[in-house]
Design a protein around this ligand. Sequence first.
Ligand SMILES: [Fe+2]
Length: 378
Amino acid sequence: MSATLSAATIRGSEVELNWRDGAPGLKLPLLWLRDNCQCDESRHPQTRQRLVDTFRIPADITASSIALEQDGRVLRLEWDGSGHVSRFDADFLSELRADPDVLPHSFTTWDRDSIAQAAPQVPYSAFLQDEATLKEFLEQVARHGFSFVEGVPATPAATQAIARRIAYIRETIFGGYWGFTANMEHKDTAYTSMAIGPHTDGTYSFDAPGYQMFHCLAAECSGGENVLIDGFRIAELMRREHPADYRTLTEVLIPGQYLDDSRGIHLMARRPLFRLNDLGRLVQVSYNNYDRAPFALPEAQQAAFYRALGRFDAYCNDTTLQLRRRLLPGSVLLFDNWRVLHARDAYVGYRHLAGAYLNKEDVESRLRFLRVAAGEPV
Ligand SMILES: [Fe+2]
């Protein structure tokens, strides 16, 4: 990135910044600028943690001079009284305009036919050894919400190596790295051979797992096809075709719960099915009708909620929106659990599925650093 300032003007207690590329101006309070001074005394040069004592800065601080340096690539301010000088890179100031909740990427939503063309995947050996392949894999996950690593040995060690290559494995009530067969080891339908409808995991968790990894280590069974659905695509469709239902699902806080009396576990959390951030951008889809806890709404809202939820579920079960694939030993799937819903057909026989959860911010952190190393903007 190379942002360039065209003008910087003090207006009252604020500085107004204008950009050479004509992007909308940015206003920052003088107090904010002193608080976010980037010099080594004000911010630790290595950790970049704040050292300046925010609460000793006068609320009515003023600057004795303001100027652009290096042809608009640097803003210089000299503060009244202390004579302290602050310099800000135009890039740093420009990045303040970005949405901090969303790692910048051009994601594309998909349906059955469009994803059939793309089929994102990378080979296992390159994934382990080559930074560019790891980056490509994570870019695919950012773009489509999922990708496959192919040619993986069907062992727990190889599965874990893939997870650890990206980030550390998240510990939950299911453990860290998990493996399941139809043995009801945990009180969850995942541990049966029943069909499981489209859902996201962790609706009972305030911070639902950001990503989930599956590796089928044994598939001596018939049936058991896996299904992925792009929740962001459903949001686009509902927003356009059923805006009232869409709005309902952005507003109603739906509680999820997980109960296991024998282990003394009762997890609960709630959020809207479509969670928007403060800028109105969709950042998370959460849907698990199995785990929805009983909750009551005022009568009029209750009817609207059931209608909207039914509409969403109908989209989930629309086969033109579904990617269907039988997971087989050797293919590891990583998907964005804040975006992509997953489901599974019933099966007969023996099936051993293993996997892990990864945290949202850890995976995004890995991709940010890989982008920087590749000389790309983050
Ligand atoms: Fe699941």
